[in-house]
Structures are given as structure tokens and as C-alpha cells.
Write a protein that binds this ligand. Structure first.
Ligand SMILES: Nc1ncnc2c1ncn2[C@@H]1O[C@H](COP(=O)(O)OP(=O)(O)O)[C@@H](O)[C@H]1O
Ligand SMILES: [Mg+2]
Length: 379
């Protein structure tokens, strides 16, 4: 019989794929920051809630960044009001679940991943909410071959990430909660109020171990798609993540993330390009708020969100352009296409908004001439 080994060009003929963590495109937060988390645990002598890897104090320090007594610097993951993070962490230390609410790109997913990594050391117990999310994805499903052969049994049961989190006393993450159909959302009510997940087919239940909790995220703009039922809402403490307050904060977030992403993608080193970042952030903030930075000119806002996350991807693509097709320095021409693409989501109405902004605001800024020209070229 021919085995894989003997097939010319078969799998065995290929060079082995690199399996090390380094070759992973996007390591989980707990992998990426394993060193920091270990250090934090070593220095953390405050009381830890049952099932937690770190104390609430250390979790907050991990999220917001700071310095340990031995001088180890913890990089900030989230840039925003300290109080919000404290409220979020304190919530998780009680028996209530946490709902992170906000417009797209305000780091809801990001914060939820890092919270789960810091609290349970595992951010992967994730249920993604979509219009097609089924009850099985939230509760449990069956391995049908086994179910047919052996009937319902523990072995035939396929647990959901939520069930696994309950069994192991970990944080379960639910992304885009309000995109799930309401009846599927309601599956969570028993889990959150009784901390148990009944399995009627086996006549058993899974009781959550200490440390189990849920972090859900939901989009402000989705409100009305599938309203969160009031019964479920009562089980969550809601924390609203805001857009960055000042332009400086936003530039700081973008610069930091761009550097991290750039080094993860191994983009050739490029000089910071802080000036371009500032420009992208300015354009986004002005269009978002409908007012120029000096408060002088009213603007129409385009339909897109123009969030920090989008600014990050505009700059990252710009860096790749500059590195591979330019002279390695991020220039106006490298970000112009990305900006126009982010602003002009609706080809008709947004284009009008953009043209108006370009001609009434950008053109008049003497030091933005290169940017104006680059945008004219791609608009
Ligand atoms: N205040 C912030 N602090 C740190 N990073 C931020 C902030 N706002 C946005 N980001 C970045 O934006 C990116 C996208 O955020 P994400 O969590 O996907 O947004 P959401 O889930 O709210 O739509 C993340 O990579 C995150 O680093
Ligand atoms: Mg998200």
C-alpha cells in the first residue's frame, strides 16, 4: 500500500512547517505576554479571588501598564480611563458578568482578550456571536457518530467554550452578543444566574467552578439589531469604552500598536512616521466629530466609523507600501489611499463629504500640501 511517505510530492515530501510559537501569525495575549504575566504573578502578593491567576490589582496593572517593584516595566495594553478598567475588573471579581459596550474599534475585543488572559491565563474560550450562532455553540453539541453508535453519553457530548469555562473555572468570552438571535442570547440567563448548565439528555448538569465568569462585547451601533433582553441585561455590569479623549492619546495608541504589528509582521524597520500618524488621526477625528480641530469649520461626517482601529490599519498598510514599494519612509502618498478607502464607504454620499473636506480644509493647510496632492491623486 502506498503510504504518504512513498507518494512523490505527498505531504511527507514537503518541508516541515514551522510549528514554533514564533511562526504563529497572531499569538494569543497570554502567549504574547507570557513573560509579563509570569513576572506579575511573582510580585503579586495581594489576595486573588478564587480561580484567578492574579489579583485584581495586578490584572489592572497588566492592562494599563506600569512598573513592578523590581523595575520590570509592564507595557500598557489599553489606553483609557483607569476607572473603567477598575470597574471592569471589580465586576469580574463579583458574581456578575461584564458587558463591554462601545462603537466599533474602541478595543472591546482587545480588552476582553487581555482580561481573560490575565485572569485565567486563557483567552481562547470564545463564542463568536453572529446571526447564525446556534444554541449548541453556546451550550453543547453532540458528536453524531458517537451519539448514534452509543446513545447519549458524556463522551458523545461536545462542550462549547462556555461549558468548558464553567468546568474549569475560567473566563468565557462572548463576542458581539447582540448579533446572536434573542432566544440564543437567553440561553445565557440560567448560566449567569444559576451558574449551572443543565444537560437534560444525560440527566446531569455542569456546575460552574469558582473563577468562571463571562465577558461579553457588543456594538453600540448594533443596538436594535437584536436588543439585549432586560432579563439578560440585568445579569451584566456594563462598561462603555469611549473613543480616545484627546488626539494625543489616539496618536499614542496608534503609534504603539503600529509598532507592535509592524514588528510581528516583520515589516522592515521604518522611521516612526509620527507626523503621518498625527495627520491620519487628525483627519479621522475631525470627520468623526464633524468639526475641525480649531473648532472653526463645521464638517459633514461620513457613514464609516473612522475608529482608532481603522487608523491603525491605514498606517500599517502605509508602512507596508513604504517598505516594499517606496523608499522605506512613510509618506503622504502611502496613507492617502487607505484614508480615502476608510472614509469613502458609500461611493456617493461619502465621496461628497470627502471632497468637501479635501477642498475646504485640507487644501488650506500649508504644511499639508503633499497630503492634499496625494489625496487628489487617489480620490
Ligand atoms: N483605547 C485603546 N487602547 C489601546 N488600544 C486600542 C484602543 N482603542 C483601540 N485600540 C486598538 O484598536 C484595535 C481594534 O480594537 P478591537 O478590540 O477590535 O475593537 P472593537 O472590538 O471595539 O471593535 C486593537 O488592536 C486595539 O489595540
Ligand atoms: Mg470587536
Amino acid at each position: 500500500m502506498m503510504t504518504n511517505e512513498s507518494v512523490p510530492g505527498g505531504l511527507a515530501g514537503r518541508p516541515p512547517r514551522e510549528q514554533s510559537a514564533e511562526a504563529v501569525l497572531r499569538p494569543h495575549a497570554e502567549q504574547e505576554n507570557a513573560g509579563e504575566l509570569k513576572r506579575l504573578a511573582e510580585h503579586d502578593d495581594r489576595p486573588r479571588p478564587p480561580g484567578w491567576r492574579l489579583s485584581p490589582w495586578a490584572v489592572t496593572l497588566y492592562l494599563l501598564g506600569g512598573e513592578l517593584p523590581d523595575g520590570t516595566v509592564i507595557g500598557p495594553k489599553y489606553v483609557g480611563p483607569r476607572r473603567l478598567v477598575e470597574v471592569a475588573v471589580a465586576t469580574l471579581a463579583t458574581d456578575r458578568a461584564l458587558l463591554l459596550l462601545g462603537v466599533p474599534g474602541t478595543a472591546k475585543t482587545w480588552v476582553s482578550e487581555h482580561l481573560a488572559a490575565a485572569i485565567s491565563g486563557d483567552s481562547t474560550l470564545l463564542v463568536q456571536g453572529t446571526a447564525g450562532t446556534s444554541e449548541e455553540a453556546v451550550r453543547y453539541g453532540w458528536n453524531y457518530a458517537r451519539l448514534l453508535a452509543e446513545g447519549p453519553s458524556e463522551k458523545a457530548l461536545v462542550e462549547s467554550p462556555l461549558m468548558h469555562a464553567m468546568r474549569t473555572g475560567a473566563v468565557a468570552r462572548i463576542e458581539e452578543l447582540t448579533r446572536m438571535p434573542s432566544d440564543v442570547q437567553d440561553t445565557l440567563i440560567t448560566v449567569l444566574s444559576e451558574k449551572t448548565l443543565p444537560v437534560p439528555e444525560l440527566g446531569t448538569e455542569v456546575q460552574a467552578r469558582k473563577g468562571f465568569t463571562v465577558i461579553a462585547t457588543a456594538n453600540d451601533r448594533d443596538r436594535g439589531v437584536n436588543e439585549l433582553s432586560s432579563a439578560l441585561r440585568r445579569r451584566f455590569n456594563t462598561v462603555v469604552l469611549p473613543l480616545p479623549e484627546s488626539a494625543e492619546d489616539e496618536v499614542d495608541i496608534v503609534a504603539r500598536r503600529v509598532e507592535e504589528i509592524g514588528s510581528a509582521l516583520e515589516l522592515p524597520e521604518s522611521p516612526a512616521g509620527l507626523e503621518e500618524i498625527r495627520r491620519v488621526v487628525t483627519v479621522f477625528r475631525e470627520l468623526r466629530s464633524g468639526l475641525t480641530g480649531d473648532g472653526q469649520t463645521k464638517l459633514k461626517s461620513p457613514s464609516g466609523t473612522l475608529s482608532t482601529a481603522e487608523a491603525i490599519s491605514v498606517i500599517t498598510s502605509g508602512l507596508a507600501l513604504a517598505a516594499h514599494f517606496g523608499d522605506g519612509v512613510l509618506r503622504a502618498a502611502d496613507v492617502a489611499g487607505g484614508i480615502v478607502g476608510a472614509v469613502v464607504q458609500d461611493p456617493v454620499s461619502d465621496r461628497v463629504v470627502w471632497q468637501e473636506y479635501l477642498e475646504t480644509v485640507v487644501r488650506d493647510r500649508a504644511e499639508w500640501l503633499d497630503f492634499y496632492r496625494a489625496c487628489r491623486e487617489v480620490s
